[in-house]
Design a protein around this ligand. Sequence first.
Ligand code: SF4
Length: 81
Amino acid sequence: MRIIADTGRCIGAGMCVLALGEVFDQSEDDGTVVLLDAEPPASMAGAVRRAVQLCPSGALSIAETSGGDQDAAGGVKGNGD
Ligand code: SF4
């Protein structure tokens, strides 16, 4: 997953930071959101979604990266012919 933060909409409420300080921080200049980890691991997906839902301004959204949140285990074996 990838987090998208629209700092133009962010009102600096800090809910995301309170919810998940490993991923979200606030700018010291204007208090708007700063992403510490825009592509957090799948293990954090639930916490990230909760933090995004808490945002009162709708500044945060999630883009699922292709293939979903599962780790690419093993890779693809070529079937070279
Ligand atoms: S919760 Fe939303 S409005 Fe508040 S700091 Fe985070 S992104 Fe900005």
